[in-house]
Design a protein around this ligand. Structure first.
Ligand SMILES: *Cc1c(COP(=O)(O)O)cnc(C)c1O
Length: 354
């Protein structure tokens, strides 16, 4: 009987358990629906789609609109079905058998998972004790493994730590010196004080990936993108499947970008709410890590993380249980929700910690 590839047979799939609870703060989605005016405009636009035709293969309008948002040309924008597909396309193009991708753990599990799926070898470095990127460790890994693709994640998931500009610049220099490509995953970039987009240049092997899933209240749309040198984007365009972006999604992206002010206001609200949540958490018997994202990592001091997670579920609050993940023993991650959701979480947590 047919069997999967040996490496696939040994893999575990990616799991993000969903439970039927009233407060879901486990997957870093935006707590609110997109603006009403966006949903209405999209509903109108759907009628005008030429459903019998293939969509615009180059997603021209969407790329141009994303380019305008970030002050780059459309030829520096690659768009795909979620930033996970962006990362997969990067690895299919610049990784693959005989090549290596570097990650520094703990970080987003899909970087190494997608690398393995594409047949790319994975080399793992460590972050510092406070989860910051340790440049000595970056140098060791890059020198030894000479990775084709190196991943930073800033703000990092699941820790929330933001890499400062000097760290990204120094990492970029090391990766460039071994003819590699540095990918900065900025799925939470809008929540952070700075962006590696500022470092992009046509001669520099740096790309920055972003997504509509978190900030834009559009996880359901599956839309992500990458900004980078035009020669990188041209290679990605060769690799991704033809017509991978359907007409509806392209439309949704273009219309969403007409609501930038609204989205920025939401981000500002979430950042403010993050401050309130962190302050409240800091008064409880938990360790809390400073976050530049729309989630916060914390660790109960006196009771095991798994036990606290279960007690929260018993109170109909779901957070991400990271307590059994390597390097994150006992940790839980909570997404910033609405004020009401966060209050429910906080009172459930106070009870759970008793
Ligand atoms: C959520 C997340 C993504 C995936 O985003 P999609 O665009 O929904 O595929 C990518 N990177 C990180 C770090 C994330 O947390």
């Amino acid at each position: 009987m047919i069997r999967p590839r040996d490496d696939v047979a040994l893999m575990e799939g990616y799991h993000s358990p969903q439970l039927d609870v009233s407060v879901r703060l486990n997957t870093n989605e935006a707590p609110d629906a997109p603006p009403e005016s966006f949903t209405a405009a999209l509903a109108d636009a759907v009628r005008d789609i030429e459903w019998n035709r293939y969509p615009d293969r180059a997603a021209g309008r969407l790329r141009a609109a994303i380019g305008v948002l970030h002050g780059v040309g459309p030829e520096q924008v690659f768009v795909a079905n979620g930033s996970n597909e962006v990362l997969q396309t990067v690895l299919l193009t610049f990784g693959g058998p005989g090549r290596t991708a570097a990650v520094w753990e703990p970080t987003y599990a899909l970087h190494s998972h997608i690398a393995r799926l594409t047949g790319t070898g994975v080399v793992v470095g460590e972050r510092g004790a406070d989860f910051s990127t340790d440049l000595g460790e970056v140098e060791r890994v890059v020198r030894d493994a000479r990775p084709s693709v190196a991943f930073l994640c800033s703000p990092n998931n699941p820790t929330g730590v933001v890499d400062p500009p000097d760290t990204v610049r120094a990492t970029l220099g090391m990766v460039e010196a071994v003819d590699g490509l540095l990918v900065v995953d900025e799925a939470y970039g809008q929540f952070a004080p700075w962006s590696a987009i500022d470092l992009l240049a046509e001669e520099t092997p740096l790309v920055v990936s972003r997504t509509f899933s978190k900030t834009w209240s559009m996880a359901a749309a599956r839309l992500g993108y990458l900004l980078g040198p035009s020669w990188v984007v041209a290679e990605l365009d060769k690799v991704v499947l033809p017509y991978h972006l359907d007409a509806f999604k392209q439309m949704a992206g273009v219309l969403a970008l007409e609501h930038v002010d609204d989205m920025n206001a939401r981000v500002a609200r979430l950042v403010e709410e993050r401050g309130r949540l962190v302050a409240r958490l800091s008064s409880l018997d938990v360790d809390v890590w400073p976050s530049g994202a729309n989630f916060v990592l914390f660790r109960p001091r006196a009771i095991g993380g798994r036990e606290v997670w279960q007690r929260l579920v018993d109170r109909s609050v779901l957070v991400r249980d990271c307590s059994s993940w390597p390097r994150l023993e006992g940790c839980l991650r909570v997404t910033i929700g609405t004020i009401d959701e966060d209050d429910s979480f906080l009172s459930a947590l106070e009870e759970a910690l008793r």
